[in-house]
Structure formats: C-alpha cells, structure tokens
Design a protein. Sequence first.
Length: 283
Amino acid sequence: MKVMRAEPQAAVGGRRGEPARARGRALLDALRWAEPASVVVVAVLAWEITSHVGLLPQRDFPPATQILSAFLTDIRHGELWIGVGASMRAWALGMLIIIAIGVPVGMLLGSSSISYKLTYLTIEFIRTLPGIAALPILMFAYGVGQPLVISLVVLAGIWPLLIQSMYGMHDIDPVAVATAKVYGVGRLRRFALVDLPSCMPYIATGLRVSGTFALIFAIAASLVIGGQGMGDAMAEAARIGDRSLLFARVLACGLLGLGVTLALLALERRALRWHASQREAAR
C-alpha cells in the first residue's frame, strides 16, 4: 500500500508562494511611492508652466528645467561635493556625540522616577530654546570653525534622542522588571535583556528626529558663520546672483535630507526587525 505524504507538497507550495508574496510586497512598495512621486511631478510641472507664462518672475524663480540643468552641471563639478562632504562630516561627528551622550544620559534619567520628575520639565524647557540663540556663547568658547559647527549640531540634535531615551526607560513594563528580578537576573543582564530592548523603539524614533535636526543645523551653520558646507555653497550662489544655481543647491540639500531620513528609516527597520511594529509594517 502506497502512503501519500502531504507535508512535502505543502512545503513546496509554501516555497512557490514566497516569490508571489515578494512580488506583492514590491508592488505595494511601488504604489506607496507612487503617490508622493506624482505630487512632486505635478509640482515641478506647475513651477515650469507658471514660470514660462510669467506668473512667476523668471529672474527670481527660474524654470524647473533650468534649475535641473544647473543641478546636473553642479554635480559634475567639485564645489558641490566639497560642500556636501563638509556638511556630512559635521553631521556625522555631531551625531556620534549626540548618541554617546543622549542615549546613556536619557536612560539614566529615566531609570528612576525621582530623577525623571526632577529633570523632565527642565529638559523640556531647554529643548524649546532655539539652538541659534547659543551662537554668541559658542563663538566665544570655540571661535569660528568646525568645532563651532559641531557644537551647534549637537545642541540642536541631542534633545529628541535624550528625551525619547528617558521616555523609553520610564515606560518599561514593571512586570518585566519584576519577573527578571524573581528569576535572579543580574543588573547588567537585565539591562541587555529587558531595559535596552524595551527602549529601542523610543531610541530609534529619537535618533531619526535628532538626525533631521542635526542635518538642518549642519547646513544652516555654514550659512550663518561661513566656512565650507552646503550653507556656504548656497550663500555663494546668492552672492554671484545665479538664481538657478541657488535653487539647484537648495534641491541638493533637500535630496541630502531625504537620503539621511531614508537611511535612518532603513537602519530602524533592520535594528527593530524583531519588534511587532516592524513585523506588521512588513506584511
């Protein structure tokens, strides 16, 4: 008597279904990007048409095709990349300092209800102060140069990450902590198994917001105080009166910000692929 086994067939069917699911996810991703891309295309076409018919003065608002041509020309020359490199170096160094200070300090302040209550309002108040207001003090301390730019980046970007780290540590499920204590889990092991995984979604959100603020100030700092950077590159285009080049470099800054945001989102998805929110988003 011949015995038929269904398990291998199910496995084969499951394997056959995987490419279809992958194609479905790719299609959903494409559709997700289609709507914002269509808005961008419509906005560019509207800019081009209104500039050509005279609703927008071409002297101040060049046609979109002219801006794109200036952007492509600027890419082929080294000046744009010098500005991008300087701004990204300031951003990267600032983010390293932000992470090194913001995460441990935030988790430390959030680990105790007393420290959380004592420092929460003070940190929220300091966070609302504009970072550029500290420019005179920082100029007196560091002079005009790269240390000044990095300190502005840190001052602007540290608060979202620090506050989110506080929130994450403060909102840890007390049942999970009590269970770890009952099973005799030590402090360091509990930090690795309970505290840090519970805080990771908060830290990832804070890192994304801090990264955006830090990049804005990395660009704006060179615009205000000079030196190499995308801000200075835009100021140079304005000084020589080349509106197309100015808008092209504004476009470069926008693409730079988009790239940083997408990179941080990809890092968040990879670091939190075990988390329920990321599993639901991947479906």
